[in-house]
Design a protein around this ligand. Structure first.
Ligand code: SF4
Ligand code: FES
Length: 381
């Protein structure tokens, strides 16, 4: 296994903070990128600690705070936390499923200065959406929530995570976004971390489906210019080059888990030899600059070939460390999603093979489950 030695590459100020306020969620989506071992309510940070973290984030230069989870409105103090963002001048984005108590809290969130809402939609057809999300009667709640967001004049982004269970609905997601009055739609092909990694065979579309979804998005972008912005995240396993995951390791984002562990990306805990620091022991500034997890893959010094001598190394920063660990068994390897990786052909073949088989049943996201990751068996591709 690769031994991580801390580097001291320069640390530009982070722009975004992903505040995972809770792992509790009424939905049970099989594509969730949260870890298999979810934090229980008893371990969550209290209000005062979150407020201190937000203050430190603001001092550090953070501009955007994504209030996320799980379902962030499951926290009783979501209004207080949002108000703190507003007082500090931090742009707040509520990332929500729109179910449970979300609608009841929306007016109060607006009143204290919430800036933006990102609403997840699992499908267009209600029965399909509710099968994917694992919650009956979720779709009408989401529709009512979206209506209220628009009525309040808050900017609305719809987030649709795409996989083989809903890829036939891409056109429908676009129509839905227009109908709801959303300003932006994310057509985000599943990224295989956490629960999505466990469910990969159930979620993996085939290449023809992916290509068709890209054509639909491109045509809609033309047609809806000035009315709807559509962001497209293509699936790594079929890509030519990887994405700059999290904007590059330790360059733009900090992710604080419900219990206060600070991660460079949402899946970083899957890398076994990294040391993470907690907001209860260190300031955010110390964690950003000095914590072993953030310094491990910052910059380019840690890179191996072919990344080390590649002219894209400061564009995509070698892709995703968590995916490299999962698929190559070494977090410092070139992300096998990259066509220049020696493992790329095997990874592509794996995707093709899984997409061709009948999908297994979903393993739904559950707190306290004993589901184990297949990561160790697969890391020897
Ligand atoms: Fe990016 Fe590395 Fe692939 Fe070059 S070899 S494109 S730096 S992942
Ligand atoms: Fe961790 Fe990509 S999810 S670096």
């Amino acid at each position: 296994m690769n031994v991580v030695t801390p580097q001291r590459a320069a640390a530009p100020a982070p722009v975004g903070l992903l505040a995972e306020l809770t792992h509790r969620c009424p939905l049970r989506c099989p594509y969730c990128s949260n870890p298999l071992e979810l934090d229980r309510r008893s371990r969550e940070l209290d209000t005062a600690t979150w407020q201190r973290v937000l203050t430190e984030a603001s001092e550090l230069g953070v501009l955007h705070v994504h209030l996320s989870g799980g379902e962030p409105t499951a926290r009783q103090d979501i209004v207080e936390i949002t108000q703190t963002c507003a007082k500090l001048g931090l742009y707040s984005n509520l990332i929500t499923s729109g179910v449970g108590g979300a609608l009841d809290k929306l007016q109060a969130l607006y009143d204290v200065g919430l800036d933006h809402v990102q609403l997840s939609v699992q499908g267009v057809d209600a029965a399909n959406a509710e099968k994917i999300g694992g919650l009956k009667n979720a779709q009408p709640q989401k529709m009512a929530f979206a209506e209220k967001v628009v009525e309040l004049g808050l900017p609305l982004t719809l987030n649709s995570v795409i996989h083989r269970g809903n890829i036939h609905e891409v056109e429908g997601f676009i129509d839905l976004a227009v109908k709801m009055g959303a300003k932006r739609l994310e057509v985000a092909h599943t990224q295989y971390y956490g629960w999505a990694y466990v469910n990969r065979a159930a979620l993996m579309p085939n290449k023809a489906q992916v290509d068709q979804s890209i054509r639909i998005v491109e045509a809609a972008r033309e047609r809806l210019k000035g009315r709807l912005v559509i962001d497209l995240v293509v699936p790594d396993y079929y890509a030519k080059y990887p994405k700059a995951c999290a904007g590059g390791w330790g360059r733009k984002l900090m992710n604080v888990t419900p219990q206060g562990k600070v991660l460079p990306c949402h899946a970083a805990e899957t890398i076994p030899n990294l040391e993470f620091w907690y907001v209860t022991d260190h300031s955010l500034a110390e964690i950003w600059t000095d914590s072993p997890a953030f310094t491990a893959y910052r910059g380019t010094d840690w890179m191996q070939e072919p990344c080390r001598s590649c002219d894209r190394r400061e564009k995509d920063w070698g892709g995703c460390r968590c995916q490299a660990l999962a698929l190559a068994g070494d977090a410092a390897a070139t992300d096998p999603a990259c066509s220049l990786s020696p493992l790329h052909a095997k990874v592509r073949a794996l995707a093709v093979e899984e997409a061709a088989e009948n999908p297994p049943d979903y393993v739904y996201r559950t707190i306290g489950s004993n589901v184990r990751s297949p990561l160790k068996e697969e890391a020897s591709l």
